[in-house]
Design a protein. Structure first.
Ligand code: SF4
Ligand code: SF4
Ligand code: SF4
Ligand code: SF4
Ligand code: SF4
Ligand code: SF4
Ligand code: SF4
Ligand code: SF4
Lengths: 131, 626, 296, 117, 359, 142
């Protein structure tokens, strides 16, 4: 009852068939609608409410509402989506493309315009990335 | 004076002198050194003189010497009986065996029933090669013995120091061996034959412990069976063939002399510890190591194969010869397999001795010129390398107090010189291009065209040997983390024996073609082994062996030292690892012994049984046919 | 059939040329074979696999690595392994004595075992004993092959074996099959990659080669290429009188080896030893017996 | 749908005499667990044919001891080592006692520390 | 002892996917003694319940281990739901079963691959994982993660699967099953597989029960026990029988898993047929008070979550007893007397997952 | 010498991870991602490895193991921290027995984010690591 032909069949037929390889990075990675890649901020929508930072279980997000700075440490983020759910103005979204590896753990910083009328505008209107 | 007479008689002088050197180490040393040099000169002189000759009767001896031999027989018989005095009554059959065989032989002798003969000494190249082995290897061992016995008694205070007796026995043994190889009369051979048995007994029982005595008596009774067969062979030859001249016997018609020759072969194989009689050789390992080196591997047991080799012209192309070859092959296989499960160095050597002797017997049984040449090579190389192995084990034992191979882990590291010597010895035993392997190659080539049974036997046995020798060798060269312990200071005069034999192991490889051309070819004819192509390749290999050590000198840069991989939990300083329960633990490694397949318990009985069956088969067959 | 006495008639020049060609070509061929092996293996596993030249990249990289050693000596045994493997190939392809070539290969093998013993690492040591078991399993058949070829062609010299006008395979099918069985052991392929394996997933980590790093490992790899070429040369001898067929068979046999590699888990040593010896006894020795009986 | 869970409070002296019949009755030891409240609560959980049975022992926070049940349930050795390493409960007679080196953590009894305010 | 080979096995060792250490004492290649050493993955995450709210603890629970992370979540969440008396919508329960069984498939195929690898069967390893990737695709499509899913939450699940997607996935699964069938055949029939696994690492029925084995390890020793028979969640509405083998060796343990994969395919089909439209979560108000031992069946066997709430958002105690923890004593018993070559096969045969054992 | 880029052999070690990243490392070897295309072999032996892939947040016991393995790797070598755990420890950094990140123990050359880090990220990280390896090699030769 024991044989080795079953395996031979599999092996030989794979020899004939196309490989199962997706050929990344020659071909781009394939994602699904739901794929959790990285958290993206739309600075224009953010109201610096800090809710996301409070909800984040890992402390990946830091928001400084006085300076108008929204920061994320991608190397801490576990892609749990909690921040996205907590963001009322829908400034956050989960993008499919994963965050890139890097030689140092840069914290990604976005300058956000402080929308409260009381505060005087400090930061330039557009967001800058430095990573 | 003739070299032959000199070689036979001279050893008696130091033997007697040594009896008076109790506890006088210096005297022992000088007597042994001087007489060894003389004996070596004698052997070489004889060999040189023999170049160009094939063989012939050297002497027509007077009846006086023959009568001396008869007297000697009586004395030996009495000594045997004297030894047996301490035996319990229920072992009555040991003295009985002595009485029967000597009774028969002496009865024939004194009653004048022995056929007349007058060519007592025969000298040919076979005897010369034996003489060379006895002389050179034997004397190196003898020198070694002096130093060894001194240290032996430093470590074993419980044993009374009778080392002078021991060394005297060594020279008595030389006397017997030379006599044996040069004699043409089978009664003479028988006389010397039994003296070697006696020497063996004295040496095995040396320590007088219970185990030693038991093993010594086991050796005696087993060897006496051979003696009995020998005696029967003599009687048969005298009665039926009407001659006790060995050369005459060998020249007679095959069918006529086959039975007495078979008896002689039986005796020879018994002495060569072939199965079913392998047991005594294992027991003999309790003797001080030099006796194992001398008697139980390089010379006395060779007397057994020598006899079979002598008889091989009769055996060639007979069924009996094939069966003898088969028994040799069986011993070869069994010995090699049994050695795998052993961890006592001397036992490994003993089993491998049985195995190699088996191989020689196999060659002798086949009896073609090519196999006989191979057999002679085997005798030479085996004697040198095996003697070297034994005495180095002896020295290691003296230095470290253990014969266990497991305790030799990292020996090269602790005792550099000893380690190198042992490695040379082991290489000599199985590694290309050293002697034993050349011979084995010769055997395979020689057997290849004969039939499909024998080459596989040699091949399988050889592979088994490879296994235990390599693992032993690996153990020697391992390098431990521990600080080396320097043991060398203990070793003195033994170095002569050790380096001498080590040198011989290597030199014999370089010069074997000359040995072949000068002494073997005249006797057995051309053999492809001595061709230039093979010789060149072998030399090339030898050179390559030396090459890597040279690269060591050249290439020492760029290496970075690390610790061995221990799954990531090294404890750096100690060479240990962090084990379970959070404690630092040292790892250890023990060789494989595969007792499941190769244990003594499983293999021995089967081997003994099958060899017995083969013997019985052979005798029945011959008797039915004749 | 008379005993073959070396008659010294072969041309020294041609021997030297053959040896030089072997020295240069064998590692190239061996490396390419191993590269092709990896690609075919990958395809069998539904993967794409590395480039054909990957083995060369690997070896060149290894030479650029730090030479980590456990002690002063252990690297040198690996070098000996390489030297003797090459030597055995030289004897073989120089047309020399087949037995001698095999013995040289055995010596090479002994050296690799010694290298492992020397390295003072438990995994390497166990690997060494396993390698010994592998040798114990494979050696008899190798030598028997030489004997069998001798019985058919009347010579142990490769130079004469290839001049034979009958095809050894026809007389020695059993020996041939047993040899291919043993080949798997010698090529260290699954199911017989007990002492060390090409991939890291083994109970002994890397077994024998655990402690070889950088250049030492590179020597080991190169020696393995030479060894592969030698073994395939041995296979070729069975068809020596029809060279094209010989080459095709060699390719076929290697493909079968790859297939076997991919459809088997690793054997335990007991099964290896038993099956290898049985193959040797039944197919190898049995074949010789038949030959012996039929020649009457 | 949730299963019914029966938990019996016992004392540590009773433990062995309670556990032994369970073993004879072919109950399986499911787990041993400890909880730190104002005292230590040790739960022994058993199961037979999906029927849950718990034994509960209350112990003081510090210096508590428990008899080992490894004589009955050998498999308890791991849990008992855990009790020792994480909660500082001394288990007497554990068949495989790692002596505080089960997890080999740096902190002592991390699960049984004075709660910071 | 000096006569025996003693080697450290792990923590770093190529056949061990995770760090665990054994002092192996050998004679030739026979294992005489094996002393385990754990703690290389002990993170102490149970104490995180004092720092993370009970809702965030779901995320922690799913990261106890990346192989059957979802079922960890389910176990924990069920405990909280019982303590808080939450009524979870039926659709959510079915989705949990769907993903749970899919986890089992992925986990078992992963195991089959690793087990093949442990005996040096590399190409089978590759092919098993090739099939497993198809399952992961379904996971990624439905939850967004390949191995960590973050799909369950207290009171329900986070993601829904639309009707069309579900139907398509079912078709995809048929294909997966077809591919799986081929490799399953190998695991059942192959010569070397049988050589390496049958009569290796035998755990008798008696010992399995006594030593408290769980999951496939227990079932392969002839004991019919499967925590899913408690009929928690939607299992109430699903028909199945635990799979049992009687040869008690590594081969049996593999066979149980091979067959359980088929069973899981079947359960998923039942799910698909029985699931109804509706809400996927209930609103959670208040904080947990009370205690519960929540038991669920993971691919590796029974896992237990003990939760004890005190009316705040932090739990008093969060405790996991994972299947591997229960299988370690039987493992030690299986190891005694085996060959060195069998050690990896036997260790893998209980499907050890050290990360959740040590937490 | 450009061969490092073509033949990076990796060593993988689980430094207290949840397995999620480890199985993704393995998955990268498997048919779908097949990193052997780049000559990558999972050696399992530090002495043969060029790239050290570590997952997990490193607990106190693993410190010595990781250091030991790192030391046994021959130069040049690259360390890749795989997953959020290995980069920072994310919430496990708050546990009493973890260090929170590989870089607390040995120098890390490349960080690969994600929980779990996808095989694609791992491939990118190794490729990035190779650039670093090349750099190191050059610096050494100078
Ligand atoms: S959502 Fe609005 S009210 Fe709430 S915290 Fe943010 S800014 Fe304040
Ligand atoms: S996905 Fe989760 S971990 Fe990442 S930033 Fe958002 S809340 Fe924090
Ligand atoms: S990203 Fe959203 S949740 Fe975060 S601070 Fe901005 S608006 Fe608030
Ligand atoms: S190559 Fe052949 S013929 Fe020439 S010398 Fe060598 S063995 Fe003799
Ligand atoms: S066995 Fe698996 S997990 Fe372990 S090192 Fe190899 S690939 Fe990684
Ligand atoms: S059983 Fe394994 S895979 Fe499943 S959640 Fe636990 S650790 Fe993860
Ligand atoms: S048993 Fe294994 S797989 Fe399951 S949670 Fe524990 S560690 Fe993970
Ligand atoms: S990063 Fe996430 S998936 Fe990776 S080991 Fe850590 S918890 Fe597991």
């Amino acid at each position: 009852m024991s044989d080795i032909l079953t395996m031979c069949k599999i092996v030989l037929s794979s020899l004939r068939k196309k490989t199962a390889c997706q050929m990344y990075p020659v071909k781009p990675a394939k994602f699904y609608k739901n794929s959790r890649g990285h958290i993206a901020l739309e600075p224009a929508k953010c109201i610096l409410c800090t809710l996301c930072a409070k909800r984040c279980p890992t402390g990946a997000i830091e928001v400084d509402r006085t300076k108008g700075v929204w920061q994320i440490n991608r190397f801490k983020c576990i892609l749990c989506n909690e921040c996205v759910h907590s963001c009322r103005p829908v400034a956050l979204s989960m993008e499919n493309q994963y965050a890139a590896p890097s030689a140092n753990k840069d914290i990604e910083t976005h300058n956000v315009e402080i929308k409260k009328p009381a505060a005087k505008p400090v930061a330039p209107g557009e967001s800058a990335e430095n990573s | 004076m003739d070299w032959v007479t000199f070689l036979i008689l001279f050893p008696l002088i130091p033997a007697v002198l040594l009896l008076f050197t109790k506890k006088n180490y210096e005297a022992q040393k000088w007597i042994v050194l001087i007489s060894s040099i003389l004996i070596i000169i004698g052997s070489i002189g004889l060999a040189v003189e023999q170049i160009g000759h094939t063989g012939g009767f050297r002497y027509i001896s007077s009846h006086f010497t023959n009568n001396l031999v008869m007297l000697g027989d009586v004395i030996v018989a009495l000594v045997f009986l004297y030894i047996c005095r301490s035996l319990p009554l229920k072992k009555y059959w040991i003295p009985l065996m002595v009485v029967i065989q000597y009774g028969l032989v002496l009865y024939y002798d004194f009653a004048g029933k022995m056929p007349e003969m007058n060519r007592y000494i025969f000298l040919d190249n076979l005897a010369v090669i034996m003489a060379l082995v006895i002389g050179i290897v034997g004397c190196l061992i003898a020198v070694y013995t002096v130093g060894y016995m001194k240290k032996y008694h430093e470590h074993h205070h419980e044993i009374p120091d009778r080392s002078h007796l021991f060394i005297a026995t060594v020279f008595l043994f030389f006397f017997a061996m030379y006599g044996l190889v040069f004699s043409n009369s089978i009664t003479w051979i028988y006389f010397f034959w039994e003296i070697t048995t006696l020497c063996s007994f004295i040496m095995i029982s040396y320590s007088k412990t219970e185990e030693a005595m038991n093993n010594a008596f086991r050796a005696v009774w087993m060897l006496l069976i051979g003696g009995l067969a020998f005696a029967m062979g003599i009687i048969y030859a005298a009665n039926v063939c009407n001659t006790i001249d060995l050369q005459l016997l060998l020249a007679s018609k095959k069918s006529l002399v086959l039975v007495p020759i078979l008896f002689l072969c039986f005796a020879g194989m018994n002495k060569a510890a072939q199965y079913p009689f392998g047991g005594w050789l294992l027991g003999a390992m309790v003797a001080p190591t030099p006796s194992s080196a001398l008697l139980h591997s390089s010379t006395m047991v060779k007397a057994g194969v020598y006899l079979v080799l002598r008889c091989s012209p009769i055996l060639q192309d007979t069924d009996a010869g094939a069966i003898i070859a088969l028994i040799g092959g069986l011993s070869f296989l069994a010995g090699s397999a049994l050695a795998i499960s052993q961890r006592n160095a001397k036992k490994v050597l003993a089993y491998s001795t049985i195995a190699n002797l088996g191989l020689i017997i196999l060659c002798a049984g086949i009896g073609t010129p090519f196999t006989l040449s191979a057999a002679l090579l085997l005798i030479i190389f085996h004697a040198v390398a095996k003697a070297l192995m034994f005495i180095s084990v002896g020295s290691v034992d003296n230095a470290t107090g253990s014969q266990d191979i497991e305790d030799m882990y990292g020996l090269c590291y602790n005792m550099h010189r000893m380690g190198i010597i042992m490695i040379i010895g082991i290489s000599g035993m199985f590694l290309a291009p050293f002697g034993m392997l050349i011979s084995k190659m010769a055997v395979i080539q020689a057997l290849a065209l004969r039939n499909p049974i024998f080459p596989p036997i040699v091949i399988f046995g050889g592979s088994l040997m490879l296994f235990f020798w390599t693992k032993w060798m690996g153990y020697l060269i391992a390098i431990t983390d521990k600080k080396p312990v320097e043991y060398h200071k203990d070793i003195g005069i033994e170095w002569i024996g050790l380096w001498g034999l080590a040198g011989l192991t290597i030199i014999s490889v370089v010069f074997y073609p000359y040995i072949g051309k000068l002494w073997i070819v005249p006797m057995y004819g051309e053999c492809p082994l001595f061709s230039e192509g093979v010789q060149l390749t072998i030399l090339l290999m030898l050179v390559m062996m030396i090459l890597p050590p040279l690269t060591i000198v050249a290439r020492r840069r760029n290496v970075v030292f690390t610790k061995p991989y221990l799954a990531g939990v090294n404890v750096e300083e100690k060479g240990e690892y962090l084990g379970s329960l959070g404690a630092s633990r040292s790892w250890s490694f023990r060789n494989y012994y595969i007792e499941k397949y190769f244990s003594e318990k499983k293999l021995l009985n089967a081997t003994i049984l099958s060899s017995l069956i083969l013997w019985i088969l052979m005798f029945v067959m011959e008797n039915v046919m004749s | 059939m008379d005993i073959n006495v070396c008659n010294g008639e072969c041309n020294v020049m041609s021997v030297i040329i053959a040896v030089i060609i072997f020295l240069i070509l064998a590692p190239l061929v061996g490396g390419l074979i191993s590269g092709a092996d990896r690609i075919i293996t990958a395809r069998m596993q539904s993967r794409v696999g590395p480039p054909v030249l990957q083995p060369f990249y690997d070896v060149l990289k290894l030479f650029g690595k730090q030479n980590l050693v456990v002690n002063k000596y252990h690297g040198d045994y690996v070098l000996c392994f390489l030297i003797f493997t090459i030597l055995s190939g030289c004897i073989f392809f120089g047309g020399g004595n087949l037995l001698l070539a095999i013995f040289a290969l055995i010596v090479a093998n002994v050296f690799i075992v010694l290298a492992a013993y020397c390295s003072n690492s438990p995994y390497a040591l166990i690997g060494a004993d396993r390698e010994l078991l592998q040798m114990l399993s494979a050696e008899p058949m190798l030598l028997l092959t030489a004997v069998a070829l001798f019985q058919v062609t009347g010579s142990f010299n490769v130079s004469e074996i290839i001049k034979t006008n009958r095809m050894p395979f026809i007389y020695l099918p059993g020996v041939f099959i047993a040899l291919t069985y043993i080949l798997t052991i010698k090529l260290r392929k699954s199911p017989f990659d007990l002492s060390t394996s090409h991939h890291g997933h083994q109970e002994l980590v890397k077994g024998l080669t655990t402690e070889f790093a950088g250049p030492s490992l590179a020597y080991f790899e190169i020696a393995h290429w030479y060894e592969t070429v030698f073994m395939l040369g041995l296979v070729y001898l069975f068809f020596a009188n029809v060279p094209i067929l010989g080459v095709l068979v060699v390719i076929g046999v290697y493909f079968i080896e790859i297939l076997i590699d991919n459809v088997n888990a690793r054997f335990k040593w007991e099964l290896m030893l038993k099956s290898a010896w049985l193959a040797t006894l039944i197919l190898g020795v049995g074949n010789l017996f038949l030959l012996y009986i039929l020649s009457f | 749908m949730f299963e019914q869970q029966e938990i019996i409070n016992i004392t540590k002296e009773e433990l062995l005499s309670r556990v032994t019949p369970l073993f004879k009755d072919e109950y399986r030891l499911v787990q041993i667990c400890c909880t730190r409240l104002d005292k230590l609560i040790v739960d022994y959980t058993f199961d037979k044919d999906y029927k849950f049975l718990g034994l509960r022992i209350e112990l003081p926070l510090e210096g508590s001891e428990l008899p080992s049940i490894t004589d009955v349930y050998f498999a308890a050795f791991a849990y008992e080592n855990e009790l020792h390493d994480l909660f500082g409960i001394k288990v007497i007679g554990n068949k495989i006692d790692f002596g505080g080196k089960f997890y080999r953590i740096n902190e002592k009894t991390p699960f049984n520390k004075k709660q910071e305010a | 002892m000096a006569n025996r080979t003693i080697i450290p096995f792990g923590p770093q060792h190529p056949v061990l996917p995770e760090p665990i250490h054994l002092d192996l004492v050998l004679e030739d290649e026979k294992v005489v003694e094996a002393i385990p050493n754990v703690g290389f993955v002990h993170r102490g995450l149970e104490l995180l319940c004092q720092k993370k709210s009970f809702q965030d603890m779901v995320l922690v629970a799913e990261r106890i281990c990346g192989i059957c992370s979802l079922i960890h979540g389910v176990g924990f969440v069920q405990g909280i739901e019982k303590v808080m008396n939450l009524e979870v919508p039926e659709r959510a329960l079915f989705l949990r079963v769907f993903w749970g069984e899919l986890s089992r498939i992925h986990s078992h195929i992963l195991w089959l691959g690793l087990a093949a690898d442990a005996i040096g069967f590399e190409s089978l390893f590759m092919h098993s994982w090739r099939v497993r990737e198809m399952v992961l695709d379904i996971f990624e499509e439905t939850t967004g993660g390949r191995v960590i899913f973050d799909a369950v939450k207290v009171g329900g699940v986070r993601k829904d699967i639309s009707k069309e997607t579900f139907t398509r996935i079912m078709k995809q699964l048929d294909k997966v099953e077809e591919e799986y069938k081929q490799i399953a055949e190998v695991f059942i029939k192959d010569f070397t597989i049988i050589h390496r696994w049958s009569n290796v690492g035998v755990l008798s029925k008696e010992n399995a029960a006594k030593l408290g084995a769980v999951g496939p390890t227990l079932r392969a020793s002839g004991i019919k026990s499967d925590t899913r028979m408690l009929k928690y969640g939607a299992y109430e509405k699903i028909d199945f029988e635990p799979i049992v083998e009687h040869t008690c060796d590594c081969y049996a343990r593999s066979l149980v898993r091979v067959k359980e994969v088929y069973q899981s395919f079947d359960i998923i089909r039942q799910c698909y047929n029985k699931i109804s439209e509706g809400e996927i979560e209930t609103k959670v108000t208040g904080f947990p008070t009370g205690e519960f031992f929540s038991r669920v069946e993971q691919p590796r066997g029974e896992v237990i979550y003990y939760v004890k709430g005190n009316g705040t958002k932090f739990l008093d105690r969060f405790r996991v007893r994972t299947p591997t923890f229960a299988n370690i004593p039987p493992l030690l018993q299986m190891l005694a007397g085996c060959d060195l070559a069998d050690v990896p096969a036997i260790i893998i045969s209980i499907d050890p997952c050290i990360s959740c054992t040590e937490r | 010498m450009g061969f490092f880029k073509k033949s990076p052999w990796v060593l993988h070690y689980d430094g207290s991870s949840c397995n999620g990243c480890d199985i993704e490392v393995l998955a990268a070897l498997m048919p779908k991602y097949d990193i052997e295309r780049f000559g990558i072999i999972n050696t399992g032996n530090p002495k043969h490895a060029d790239v050290f892939l570590i997952t997990g947040s490193v607990n106190s016991q693993n410190i010595d193991v990781i250091k030991n393995l790192y030391e046994q790797m021959g130069e040049p070598k690259v360390v890749v921290a795989v997953g959020a755990c290995a980069c920072t420890g994310h919430f496990f950094a708050e546990c009493y027995n973890t260090l929170g990140g590989i870089d607390k123990v040995i120098p890390v050359d490349v960080y690969a984010p994600g929980c779990a880090a996808r095989p694609e990220v791992i491939i990118d990280a190794v490729v990035k690591g190779l650039a670093v390896l090349e750099e190191k090699k050059k610096n050494k030769q100078k």
